[in-house]
Design a protein around this ligand. Structure first.
Ligand code: NAP
Length: 334
């Protein structure tokens, strides 16, 4: 059975992901929605999509869409996701899953009560290099994991009108970049027992940068940094009792790994290329999951999304940040 997909939004990531559908067996991209009929039609024409909807309400009500990819800014995920679930759609929701932990909990509760497949679009977990990294760790290639380091940064000038900085669009380093480093550590070590954060704020109060120290029992730890004002290369390292794995920049979509067994400084380079731009892997996970009648991904389960959202929210709160979801996104733009 082919899964008929719709895309909610016409921005940068919507266009990038749309191009990877050709690599997904059993998926048909059939609809796009936007706050503007004109933008929906232009996006549909550019990507060969048959139906264009001039509001997100019309898109979620389209009876010929089985699964929706939500690619609006973070505070605009929650209302679209809830409305789509109420129309019986499966969902792939961009990272950060929502703007708030309460919003994420509401979406997860709705999905579970309706037994519909929902997954956060944490594409990193599905790319071949990270799949292999998890296998190597499970095989004991580096012994017991006791520490994770990861960084991810951008060198941008402050612009309060841009999605990365605008409070009403979920701006800030934590939700855009911190979500990757936290999700990476959570994937390997689970929910931390200890959470510390230091960070800096922009003039409008959103977070410019943050460094988290997360702790688990037996001294296991993660040190994670994200910034909108530093070209942090996006490296990650997983240290074990018998070796370590380097994930070369940018670790959120790597094309390989370097495995160091014991004290071997040179290591073994593993070439593990991406399919398409790297988004095909997560699209395959959802398409196959819906076809198989599953309600969650075992690789990116909803409990992991909630754990990550909790860490990000508590870090934001500690830095003095309050966030909100945007219910107005379902109305057509003026
Ligand atoms: N996985 C990745 O590699 C990756 C990369 C970049 C971004 N992302 C995630 O994808 C999401 C979107 O990021 P993006 O870079 O694509 O953003 P973007 O280029 O600014 O596009 C966002 C789109 O969302 C729609 N939208 C709905 N309500 C909006 C509002 N109130 N204000 C502005 N736009 C609104 C707009 O489409 P219409 O005007 O047509 O409604 C807009 O084109 C974010 O959650 C981000 O974290 C993921």
């Amino acid at each position: 059975m082919a899964i008929r997909w719709g895309i909610a939004a016409t921005g940068g990531i919507a266009a990038a992901v749309a191009g990877d559908f050709v690599h997904v067996p059993g998926a048909e991209l059939v609809a796009v929605g936007s706050r503007s009929a004109q933008r929906a039609e232009a996006f549909a024409a550019a990507h060969g999509i048959p139906r264009a909807h001039g509001s997100y309400a019309d898109l979620v009500a389209d009876p010929e869409v089985d699964a929706l990819y939500v690619a609006t800014p973070h505070p605009q995920h929650h209302a679209i996701a809830l409305a789509a679930l109420r129309e019986g759609k499966a969902l792939l929701v961009e990272k950060a899953f929502t703007a708030t932990l309460a919003g994420a909990e509401e979406v997860v509760a709705e999905a579970r009560s309706r037994q519909l497949f929902v997954m956060e679009a944490m594409w990193t977990r599905f790319v071949p290099a990270i799949v292999r990294l998890r296998e190597l760790v499970a095989e004991g290639a580096i012994g017991e994991v006791f520490s994770v380091q990861a960084d991810l940064g951008l060198m941008r000038d402050f612009d309060p009108s841009h999605r990365l900085f605008a409070a009403e669009l979920g701006g800030g380093a934590l939700l855009d970049l911190g979500v990757y480093v936290v999700s990476f550590a959570q994937m390997l070590l689970g929910r931390p027992a200890v959470e510390h954060v230091v960070g800096a704020l922009e003039p409008n109060g959103v977070d410019a940068s943050a460094t988290l120290l997360l702790g688990w029992d037996a001294g296991r730890s993660a040190t994670l940094t994200c910034s909108l004002h530093s070209p942090l290369p996006g490296g990650a390292r997983v240290f074990g009792s018998e070796g370590w794995i380097d994930v070369p920049p940018r670790f959120h979509h790597p094309g390989g790994l370097v495995l160091h067994r014991g004290e071997d400084e040179e290591g073994e380079a593993l070439d593990l290329p991406l399919v398409g731009r790297g988004y095909a892997h997560e699209l395959i996970e959802v398409t196959e999951g819906v076809q198989a009648g599953r309600t969650e991904s075992a690789v990116m389960p909803l409990d992991d999304t909630l754990a990550v959202m909790g860490i990000l929210e508590r870090a934001g709160t500690a830095l003095g940040i309050t966030r909100a979801e945007d219910p107005a996104v379902l109305a057509p733009a003026a």
